[in-house]
Design a protein. Structure first.
Length: 67
């Protein structure tokens, strides 16, 4: 699925900062083009399904119970 977002770009010294207007996500680059490409990547990561980086170890244990 694709969705269109609006980017606000400002120059801050030697860097350009691109910020998405609809979602609180921003990125930067040394050119407007680089800042927009970095913002696109940041948005894709923002909307990506979370994945566990450390998978839990699952074990079964047996417990003695009095009846």
């Amino acid at each position: 699925m694709k969705r269109t977002f609006t980017a606000h770009i400002v120059s801050e010294g030697e860097w350009f900062v691109a910020q998405c207007r609809e979602v609180d996500v921003a990125s930067q680059g040394r050119s407007e083009t680089e800042a927009l490409a970095n913002l696109q990547e940041a948005l894709e990561l923002h909307f990506e399904e979370p994945q566990a980086t450390i998978l839990p170890k699952i074990e079964q244990i047996e417990v003695e119970m009095e009846v």
